[in-house]
Each structure stands twice: as structure tokens, then as C-alpha cells.
Design a protein around this ligand. Structure first.
Ligand code: AHG
Ligand code: MN
Ligand code: MN
Length: 333
């Protein structure tokens, strides 16, 4: 490796010095996420091995109970973050209600929402998966978390990030001062700064990313938009299509290369599939912090007022020009 080695711990400490509004409590959450990411990464890497060794039923080679990996990842995050002292509530894709953190006699100042394992159906076929998280300030004063603490628009996020368990494991996050990426060095077990101040290429590569199998369920505007990508006007740059089926992986490529990722409304799912609080809002904050745009097809994702913990929202995210184009096509619907 050339250049200075900066661990995520160093980096967070450095940011605290430069941005005194970041407090130690907040740092605690990011370090908790980084630890949980290492634990989940190790489990994701072993997942294939468990299959290869022919483990069946409910026990693995070590005689331990086999859990679905999303339940396992959820348990790791709840366990680590629940003890970090600076949180008073958690929202997880895997939990119907929110988690009131019991230890916090003096409630912590923050709330976190997360998708413990995104793209989990891809695990069995050795394709990248991820974890997504979003941090808010608890608004109310009392000791208990109130519903208004949980249902805040994405513009109120203090931090957002994801972990990508891919060909390498990466932690990418923003605390509102740009987007930074860290790659896990498995030899030393540390996340090392690999991308400082990530910017989404604009215009960037012409890549559209959508599950095209739902074409017949799209609105006419959505169909015309993808038709426009497939057959650009004469002289227009041609597009490529890429769709992993793990939002974290599709978004990460979009952040690095440019393009647009979409999960639109369909006749079966008029709000699309993706969840506002722990999938779309955090990615929207990261995308905007990197110079991109994130929309539900009509308006800015970060301005949406959530009405439910597991609310879904149509998603258009990526290079600003392409997301604006999507909004124009959908305006006719
Ligand atoms: P999760 O595994 O957390 O339920 O998320 C699934 C997601 C998301 O990662 C991906 O973009 C989308 O589901 C893919 O859905 P389709 O198979 O309908 O395209
Ligand atoms: Mn997900
Ligand atoms: Mn999930």
C-alpha cells in the first residue's frame, strides 16, 4: 500500500476535530457499525462453506444452530448497537415494531434505522449483499422514544451509510461532510480509508439499473423512460443495463460509475418495493452528498415525511441528469 494508512477510527477522530458538532456519542455508533460489519462480513464469507460442507437441518459444522443470515445480522447489530449507550431506539427491517433500548435509563440522543442484510436472497449464489443504516437525533425530551422520533424526513439524518460484502468488504458513509469509503483489510481486520470525498460521475456512464421483468406492470411514463434508455435519439450515447438485485451493490456501482438505479411503482406494488427509512433515505443522503440526486419520481426523497416504519417508496437514484430525466418522463403519468 502507498500513502498514509488511515483506519476508520483515525478518520472519525480526525473528523471530530475538524467538525466539533460531531460528538463522541456519535462516534460510538459508527464504531459499533464498523465492528458489526466485521462480524457480519465473516459470517457472509462462511455462508458458502456451510453449504459446501453439506450442513443440513438446524446445526452447522460447529454444532451451532444455523440461523438465516438476515436474522443473524440483525442479532449482531441489535446486540452491538444496543450496548453502545448513545442510542435510545432502533428500527430494523427484521423487527415489526421499533426497539426501545432498555439499558438507556438516561436515553441516548440518537435513533438508528437499519436493513441488516440487503439482497439476502443473493447469499446462496455467492453474490454481493450489504447492510444499510441511517442515524437521526431523538427529538423528544422524555425517557421513552416517541413515534415522532422515529418518523423523521431523510433531510434530518445525521449520518447514513452502507456496508458492501462484495469481492472486498467496504464501509461507505457520510456524516454530512462528504462521502468516504473504507475497505476492510482482512489481514489486519481494519477498515482502511480507500476513497476520500467520493463524487458520483456526472454525466458518468450511461447505465440503467432496473428489474426489467416488471415492464408490463410499469406506468406508461416508466415504460417510455426505459425505451428512451434502450433507443437513445440519433447521436445520443448508448446505454448499458446492469442489475445485481442487491440494492447496496447496484447503488455502489452507480456511485462509482454513474448511471441511474430504479425501483419504480408497479401495478402489484404501487409504492415499489424498497423501504424508505432504512433503504432509500440513507442511500439518498449518500447520493446527494456525492453530488447525485434521489427522487420518488416526483419529489426529493429526503423531503418525504414517513408515515410508517416499514413504508415503501418508488426509487430513482444516481447521476443528477438521469434522475431529472426520469422525473420528466414520469410527470406525464
Ligand atoms: P432485502 O434482501 O433486504 O429484502 O432487499 C431486497 C431488495 C433490494 O436489495 C433489491 O434492490 C431488490 O430487493 C430486488 O428486488 P426484485 O427481485 O424485485 O428486483
Ligand atoms: Mn433490503
Ligand atoms: Mn434485508
Amino acid at each position: 500500500m502507498t500513502g498514509p494508512i488511515v483506519t476508520v477510527e483515525h478518520f472519525i477522530a480526525e473528523q471530530e476535530r475538524e467538525h466539533p458538532q460531531a460528538t463522541g456519542a456519535f462516534t460510538d455508533i459508527l464504531l459499533g457499525i464498523s465492528l458489526a460489519a466485521k462480524v457480519i462480513s465473516a459470517a457472509v464469507n462462511r455462508a458458502g462453506l456451510i453449504d459446501v460442507l453439506g450442513v443440513s437441518g438446524t446445526e452447522n459444522v460447529h454444532g451451532e444452530a444455523v440461523q438465516k443470515l438476515d436474522d443473524y445480522a440483525n442479532g449482531v447489530l441489535v446486540g452491538i448497537l444496543g450496548r453502545c449507550g448513545s442510542l435510545s431506539g432502533m428500527i430494523s427491517e427484521e423487527e415489526e415494531g421499533f426497539i426501545q433500548i432498555p439499558e438507556s435509563r438516561d436515553p441516548g440522543p440518537y435513533i438508528i434505522a437499519f436493513d441488516p442484510l440487503d439482497g439476502s436472497s443473493n447469499i446462496d449464489v455467492n453474490i454481493s449483499v450489504g447492510t444499510i443504516f441511517s442515524v437521526y437525533r431523538k427529538r423528544s425530551d422524555g425517557p421513552r422514544v416517541q413515534i415522532d422520533d422515529l418518523l423523521q424526513p431523510g433531510s434530518e439524518q445525521l449520518a447514513a451509510g452502507y456496508v458492501l460484502y462484495g469481492s472486498s468488504t467496504m464501509l461507505v458513509f457520510t456524516t454530512g461532510t462528504g462521502v468516504h469509503g473504507f475497505t476492510l483489510d482482512p489481514g489486519i481486520g481494519e477498515f482502511l480509508l480507500s476513497y476520500r470525498n467520493m463524487r458520483i460521475p456526472s454525466p458518468g456512464k450511461n447505465i440503467y439499473s432496473i428489474n426489467e421483468a416488471y415492464h408490463d406492470q410499469w406506468t406508461p411514463g416508466q415504460q417510455r423512460l426505459v425505451e428512451r434508455f434502450r433507443r437513445p435519439p440519433t447521436g445520443g450515447a448508448p446505454f448499458s443495463a446492469r442489475y445485481v438485485g442487491s440494492m447496496v451493490a447496484d447503488f455502489h456501482r452507480t456511485l462509482l460509475r454513474g448511471g441511474i438505479f430504479m425501483y419504480p411503482a408497479t401495478t402489484k406494488s404501487p409504492e415499489g418495493k424498497l423501504r424508505l427509512l432504512y433503504e432509500v433515505a440513507p442511500m439518498a443522503m449518500i447520493c446527494e452528498q456525492a453530488g447525485g440526486r434521489a427522487s420518488d419520481g416526483r419529489s426529493r426523497v429526503l423531503d418525504l415525511q414517513p408515515t410508517g416504519l416499514h413504508q415503501r417508496v418508488p426509487t430513482f437514484i444516481g447521476s443528477p441528469g438521469l434522475v431529472e430525466m426520469a422525473e420528466r418522463y414520469l410527470a406525464d403519468d
